[in-house]
Design a protein. Structure first.
Length: 248
């Protein structure tokens, strides 16, 4: 395969959960994967190992997506190494749950900085390269909570709803450059983020899901890979809901 046919896929928050599943779903001889993470070095190394075992090539880098400077360094390194950015998956995210009246400003700011400003930081810089290439795919990970709300998650819901507005605005801006921008809104997915739910809470949740189960990271990764594929070339500004029918 010539170097020109090798695409570069960038995934934020690729060390664990949905981000790792996305990296693995893209892993293959025709793809260079670059992902970042916040602090979990061992988990990031495990993602790299699993990408290699799947026949792919991938590297992780510790980068805070909320920092414009760190994000700039991350993308510079990617461009120096691969010369392209074909796909960007904005997946990194955190939750700092609590009822509104008790929510600390710090918890609001951290969630907004990582979940929403992080998407802005990465998309802005990747878009410049994609505009030069006259092609690119951007997939932003929102949440069912961003469309439906959820008590105890005012900060998280606002950040995820913000991602949807951002996705539509940027899709309209970049469409003429053959760049698509879409969002995937997962429902409840089994990852570290939802691990603290009690068995009772999980049972109650499952009862609200028509497909009768909590989702898996691979369920989300499949939708992301589809949106980055040639089959999705005419889809932009959309939100794909991956939630077992929990929200229709
Ligand atoms: P997770 O298992 O907690 O993993 C979060 C990932 O984001 C990790 O790789 C983490 O790195 C990275 N990260 C956190 N803060 C970061 C920062 N400041 N800079 C760079 N990377 C950072 O979460 P998940 O459940 O896979 O969720 C992935 C995405 O899906 C999030 O945006 C989440 O909001 C969304 N989502 C999840 C669910 C769900 O039910 N799980 C539902 C809807 C939407 P470290 O490993 O270093 O901490």
């Amino acid at each position: 395969m010539s170097e020109q046919n090798i695409r570069t896929v960038v995934v934020t928050g690729g060390s664990r959960g949905i981000g790792r599943a996305v990296c693995l779903a893209f892993a293959g001889a025709d793809t260079q994967i670059r992902f970042n993470y916040s602090s979990a070095l061992a988990a990031a190394e495990e993602t790299e190992k699993q990408i290699a075992a799947a026949g792919g090539s991938g590297k992780g880098m510790q980068v805070n997506v909320a920092s414009e400077e760190e994000v700039a360094g991350f993308f510079k390194k990617i461009l120096d190494e691969t010369g392209r950015i074909d796909v960007l998956v904005n997946n990194a995210g955190i939750a700092r749950d609590g009822l509104l009246v008790r929510m600390k400003e710090k918890d609001w700011d951290e969630v907004m900085d990582i979940n929403l400003k992080g998407v802005f930081n990465c998309t802005k810089i990747a878009a410049k390269t994609m505009i030069k290439q006259h092609c690119g795919r951007i997939v932003n990970i929102s949440s069912v909570v961003g469309v439906n709300g959820n008590p105890g998650q005012a900060n998280y819901a606002a950040s995820k709803a913000g991602i949807i507005g951002f996705t539509k605005a940027v899709a309209a801006e970049l469409a003429s450059r053959n760049i698509t921008v879409n969002a995937v809104a997962p429902g409840y997915i089994e990852t570290d983020m939802t691990a603290s739910l009690s068995d009772k809470a999980k049972e109650a949740l499952t009862a609200r899901i028509p497909l009768g189960r909590i989702g898996k990271s691979d369920d989300v990764a499949g939708a992301v890979v589809f949106l980055a594929s040639q089959a999705a070339a005419y889809i932009t500004g959309q939100v794909i809901h991956v939630n077992g029918g929990m929200y229709m």
